[in-house]
Design a protein around this ligand. Structure first.
Ligand code: HPA
Ligand code: ZN
Length: 335
């Protein structure tokens, strides 16, 4: 059980969020409001009916509904409103810095201009007191040619995103499928991340590291199946952006008591806590921390480590990073 002091610490400590898909922050109420505003017909009759469909058995069962939800996003203001709503929730959870994933192909495939997507999300970031940067994700169920075309279309807005990632259906779409586009992004000086080892095997984590040359692994929880890999991730301080509630909702672990985040920390891995798709998985940052600490024997020192890890693994200038780390340490010194 979580005592009141630890709960308050988890709520109030300064945080960085490094794994949030902005389309996964679309709450059912906003989906319906945007559907009405844009005259989009949904396959669900009400907010309740939509929410009732959020019973996932694996990643793909979630992605099917997630892409349907994103179909209401058409105008620049829609992307702004979605992002502003997320940033407001993040601020309430004492998130100081966030690196937001977005999936341009989900929108360009429906005829939405990539400029509309990037401008709307970016403008909301500019208007928020939370420090927020953007990471463009390629959909791995699509071809590498499609990813390259997406990168080309995004390059006029290169100053508005700091990196690229790889998401969507993992199994059968290994990182090496995107070797060329990631090499190009590396040459462009973009930060590189990829989802690997969520449902996919440790082999996908190896190729994300060695072929794509990523700087963080998104999820990565299956690394513990490979001792040499676990030791390497710890040695290289390769951060994992772990998403506890997501892992339960998508049945990566049966229940939170079985989540391996404590084993990851004990192995010396720079694990972080993140919300992934908070509107679909039952919670934002604080909900993720609280659910994890309620189920596992984690205490104050783990809270401090996890808060520090978030900022350590962020793509921030060294000075800014140190300021946030000092803020975390000052917070814990006062407890
Ligand atoms: N995994 C892969 N793709 C995704 C996810 C995820 O957890 N969330 C949104 N797209
Ligand atoms: Zn994700």
């Amino acid at each position: 059980m979580l005592n009141d002091q630890l709960r308050r610490v988890l709520q109030q400590m300064p945080k960085a969020e490094l794994h949030i898909h902005i389309e996964g922050s679309l709450e059912p109420e906003l989906i319906f409001a945007l559907a009405e505003r844009n005259g989009v017909k949904l396959a669900y009759g009400s907010v309740e009916e939509l929410r009732a469909a959020y019973a996932f058995t694996d990643l793909q069962s979630f992605l099917d509904i997630y892409y349907a939800g994103a179909s209401v996003l058409l105008q620049e203001q829609d992307f702004y409103d979605m992002t502003a709503a997320y940033l407001k929730r993040a601020e309430e959870d004492n998130v100081r810095h966030t690196e937001i994933f977005f999936d341009p192909q989900t929108h360009t495939a429906r005829g939405v201009d990539i400029k509309v997507v990037i401008d709307g999300i970016y403008r909301a970031c500019q208007d928020s007191p939370v420090s927020a940067t953007l990471i463009l994700c390629f959909l791995r169920h699509l071809s590498e040619e499609d990813a390259i075309a997406t990168l080309e279309a995004a390059l006029p807005y290169r100053d508005k995103f700091i990196g690229v990632g790889l998401d969507s259906s993992e199994v059968g779409n290994p990182p090496e499928k995107f070797a060329n586009v990631f090499a190009r992004c590396h040459a462009l000086g973009l930060h590189l991340v990829a989802h690997a080892g969520e449902e996919g095997p440790p082999a996908y984590i190896y190729t994300a590291l060695d072929t794509l040359k990523v700087e963080r692994i998104d999820h990565g929880v299956r690394c513990l199946e490979d001792k040499a890999l676990t030791e390497r991730l710890a040695r290289e301080k390769m951060a994992l952006t772990v998403c506890p509630l997501s892992n339960i909702k998508l049945c990566v672990f049966d229940k939170m008591e079985q989540h391996n985040i404590l084993e990851l920390l004990d192995a010396g891995i720079v694990a972080t806590v993140n919300s992934d798709d908070p509107a679909y998985f039952g919670g934002y940052m604080n909900d993720n921390f609280i659910a994890t600490f309620e189920a596992l024997p984690l205490g104050l020192s783990h809270a401090q480590t996890l808060a520090r890890n978030g900022f350590s693994a962020a793509f921030l200038p060294a000075e800014k990073k140190q300021q946030y780390l000092d803020e975390v340490d000052a917070f814990f010194a006062k407890i």
